[in-house]
Design a binder for this molecule. Structure first.
Ligand code: ATP
Ligand code: MG
Length: 425
C-alpha cells in the first residue's frame, strides 16, 4: 500500500455528520443577509500580494508573519492566499465600479489562510463570514452591522454566550497625538515590553495595546487611552452608535484597549466575545475603515464591516448544546431484487422531482439488512419495490417510526404519482 497522505497541518476536512452543522449555519447566514438586504459577493482565493500589504498594513501580524505568499512558478507573479476578505471586497468593488451609484451592502463567506500556530479555534485554513457596507458614513450603519450580528446569535441560539465590546479609534490626527504620548509612555516602560512590543513601539504602537502576552497586561492597562484624545466629531459618531445600540436594547462595554489587528480601521471598532472558547475569545470582529477604499485606489468613500470566524461559532454551538436540525430523507427505497433497479430508479427520480427526499439503496443485500439501512438513514418511510407489486403498478410503504402495529406495509399505486408523494411527505 502507498504511504498514507494527510491533510496539511492546521487545515481541516469538514466531514459528516459535522458538515450538517456547517450547512445549517450557512443557511442561517444566507437568510440573515437577505433579511437585511445584503448582497453576496465572491472573490478569488488568490490575490496579488500587494493588495494585502497595502490593504492590511505592513506592521500587522498578518502581513509580517501569517501570509501564504509565493511566486507563481509559471510567470513569476507574487501571489497570496487571502488571509481575510475585506481588502478583496474593496478591490472588487473598485474594479467593477460597484460604488458608482452610492452605497453597497455586501456579504461573503469562504476559506481564509493564515500561517499561525494551530490550536483550538485557530487554524491555518479557517472560514469567515463577512458583511461590508461600503459608501455609508453614518453611525447608523455601524449600529446596523452590530445588530445584524446580534440577530444571527439569536437565530443560532447563542445570544447568552456572547457579549459586545466597543471602542472608537478616532481619526488619523487624533491617533497621531495619542501616539506621541503612547510611545513616550511605552519607552518609559520598555523593560516591561516583550520583543514584539519593542519592535512595534515605533512602527505601530497602537498594536502593542492589543498584546495577548499576560505579562504585559498591567503595563498596557495603564497606558494613555486613545479615547481621551478624540475630538468632538469622533466623539459624536461614537455617541451616535451607542445611542442606537441603547435604543435597540443591546448592552455593550467600552474597551479602550480594543484596537483590532488590521491597520485600516478608524472610528468605531467592535468585537463580539465569549468566555466559552478559552484563549480564542473573539468570534466576530469589525469596525469602520473609511480610508481603505482610497488606499486601494478607489474614489474616497467611507465603509464599515465585520467578519466572524465560522469554526469558533460552530464550537460555540457545540458548547451551547445546539444541534443542527436533522434533515433525513423522507423515504429509503429498498428492492426485493437488484434486477428491479431499472424500474425503481425512475420512480425515485420522479419522487425527488416532486420534493420527496429519497435515498435509494445500493449494493444489494437481503431484505433484513436493507431495512436496517433504511432505519439507520433516519427516514420516516421505507419504500419497498417488489416484482409482483410493480407488475400490479404498486409499491409498498412502511412507516419506520410508527408504533409496532402501525409498521405493517401497505400498498400504494404508482399512478397517479401525487398520491404516493402525499403518502410520503
Ligand atoms: P485574533 O486576535 O484571534 O488573532 P484577528 O484579529 O487576527 O483575531 P480578524 O482578522 O479580525 O482576527 O478575523 C475575524 C475573525 O476571524 C476573528 O475574530 C476570529 O473569529 C476569526 N479568526 C481569525 N483568525 C483565525 C484563525 N487562524 N483560525 C480560526 N479563526 C480565526
Ligand atoms: Mg490574528
Amino acid at each position: 500500500m502507498a504511504d498514507k497522505l494527510s491533510a496539511v497541518k492546521g487545515m481541516n476536512d469538514i466531514v459528516p455528520p459535522k458538515s450538517a452543522a456547517w450547512e445549517w449555519f450557512e443557511q442561517q447566514v444566507r437568510d440573515l443577509m437577505r433579511s437585511y438586504g445584503y448582497q453576496n459577493l465572491r472573490t478569488p482565493i488568490l490575490e496579488y500580494t500587494p493588495l494585502f500589504v497595502r490593504g492590511i498594513g505592513e506592521v500587522t501580524d498578518i502581513v509580517e508573519k501569517e501570509m501564504y505568499s509565493f511566486t507563481d512558478a509559471l510567470n513569476g507573479e507574487q501571489l497570496t492566499l487571502r488571509p481575510e476578505g475585506t481588502a478583496a471586497v474593496v478591490r472588487a468593488c473598485i474594479e467593477h465600479g460597484l460604488l458608482y451609484d452610492g452605497g453597497k451592502r455586501l456579504w461573503y463567506t469562504g476559506p481564509m489562510f493564515r500561517h499561525e500556530r494551530p490550536q483550538r479555534g485557530r487554524y491555518r485554513q479557517f472560514h469567515q463570514v463577512g458583511a461590508e457596507a461600503l459608501g455609508f458614513g453614518g453611525p447608523d450603519v455601524d449600529a446596523e452591522l452590530i445588530l445584524m450580528a446580534r440577530q444571527l446569535w439569536s437565530r443560532l441560539g447563542l445570544g447568552d454566550l456572547v457579549t459586545l465590546e466597543l471602542n472608537c479609534l478616532g481619526q488619523a490626527d487624533e491617533r497621531a497625538r495619542h501616539r506621541v504620548d503612547l510611545i513616550a509612555y511605552l519607552e518609559r516602560h520598555a523593560d516591561q515590553l516583550d520583543a514584539d512590543a519593542r519592535r512595534r513601539l515605533h512602527t505601530n504602537p497602537l498594536r502593542v495595546l492589543d498584546t495577548k502576552n499576560p505579562q504585559m497586561q498591567a503595563v498596557v492597562a495603564a497606558a494613555p487611552k486613545l479615547i481621551d484624545y478624540l475630538g468632538e466629531v469622533s466623539l459624536a459618531h461614537f455617541e451616535g452608535v451607542q445611542n442606537l445600540l441603547r435604543a435597540a436594547g443591546q448592552p455593550f462595554t467600552i474597551n479602550p484597549r480594543l484596537v483590532r489587528g488590521l491597520d485600516y480601521y478608524n472610528l468605531t471598532v467592535f468585537e463580539w466575545v465569549t468566555d466559552r472558547l478559552g484563549a480564542q475569545a473573539t468570534v466576530c470582529a469589525g469596525g469602520r475603515y473609511d480610508g481603505l477604499i482610497e488606499q486601494i485606489g478607489g474614489k474616497p468613500a467611507p465603509a464599515c464591516g465585520w467578519a466572524l470566524g465560522m469554526e469558533r461559532v460552530l464550537e460555540l454551538l457545540i458548547e451551547a448544546g445546539q444541534a443542527a436540525p436533522a434533515s433525513p430523507p423522507h423515504a429509503y427505497a429498498v428492492l426485493t431484487s437488484a434486477d428491479l433497479m431499472p424500474r425503481a430508479m425512475p420512480v425515485c427520480e420522479a419522487l425527488r422531482q416532486s420534493g420527496v427526499r429519497v435515498q435509494l439503496h445500493m449494493g444489494g443485500g437481503g431484505m433484513k439488512s436493507q431495512m436496517k439501512k433504511a432505519d439507520a438513514s433516519g427516514a420516516r418511510w421505507a419504500l419497498v419495490f417488489g416484482e409482483q407489486e410493480l407488475l400490479d403498478g404498486q409499491v409498498g410503504i412502511k412507516d419506520l417510526r410508527g408504533a409496532q402495529d402501525a409498521q405493517q406495509q401497505r400498498l400504494v399505486a404508482l399512478e397517479p404519482l401525487p398520491n404516493l408523494v402525499s403518502a410520503l411527505l
